[in-house]
Design a binder for this molecule. Structure first.
Ligand SMILES: N[C@@H](CCC(=O)N[C@@H](CS)C(=O)NCC(=O)O)C(=O)O
Length: 208
């Protein structure tokens, strides 16, 4: 299986899930700053994913799976013993899907594109930061009582996604100082050996 990724972007989330599950992945970096986006092998990335965005997972049968929330569940289901997603059809699985969708729509797509493109202007960015702040307060409250992770004491695919997106906060100038439980979560996840391995293999810095 091959994961098309761009360093430190949302594709880190499936990369972490594969790493936590012990699933070996071939990696192909995509330069999403270039137009058209180009892969390290020299391919125009739109010939891989017509939408032009990462993550994209080339499966062993040659087909392509896109959309991060689907990819992390696919990877988690390949290794049920890693316990990164509860069994399909259970109430716990629907809760995982609820968190994945929350991170995708309420956080990921508020940070990006709004806070990554100065051309949207300060007013739009202030609005985005206000919405993100309210959503992070909700997450912080949840983490205050849920345990170490979103679903309690078990690390899940949703934690990998939340960690990836909230990790953009310094760059996006999103202030986490009022969210102690979320900051503790970020430290906890960032200290996990398999998370650090995934980050380092993308060339990211990890905390000492
Ligand atoms: N709906 C997609 C969005 C993925 C996405 O936003 N990817 C960004 C990086 S975080 C990207 O590749 N952007 C480059 C582009 O859209 O051209 C998903 O959830 O997987």
């Amino acid at each position: 299986m091959k994961l098309y990724y761009a360093t430190g972007t949302c594709s880190l989330s499936p990369h972490i899930v594969a790493s936590e599950a012990g699933i070996p992945l071939e990696l192909e970096r995509v330069d999403i700053m270039k137009s058209p986006h180009v892969t390290d092998a020299g391919a125009d990335f739109t010939t891989v994913n017509p939408n032009g965005y990462v993550p994209a997972l080339r499966l062993d049968d040659g087909s392509l799976l896109t959309e991060g929330t689907a990819i992390v569940q696919y990877l988690a289901d390949l290794k049920p013993e890693a316990d990164l997603a509860p069994p399909a059809g259970t109430p716990e699985r629907y809760r995982l899907q609820s968190w994945l969708n929350f991170v995708a729509t309420e956080l990921h797509k508020m940070y990006s594109p709004w806070l990554f493109h100065p051309e949207y202007g300060a007013q739009a960015q202030d609005v985005a930061r206000g919405i993100i702040g309210r959503r992070l307060a909700f997450v912080d409250d949840h983490l205050a009582s849920s345990g170490r992770f979103l679903a309690g004491d078990r690390f899940s695919a949703a934690d990998a996604y939340l960690f990836t997106i909230v990790g953009w906060s310094a760059f996006a100038k999103v202030d986490l100082s009022g969210f102690p439980h979320l900051r503790a979560f970020m430290e906890r996840v960032g200290a996990r050996p398999r998370v650090r391995e995934a980050m380092q293999s993308e060339g990211m810095k990890v905390a000492a």
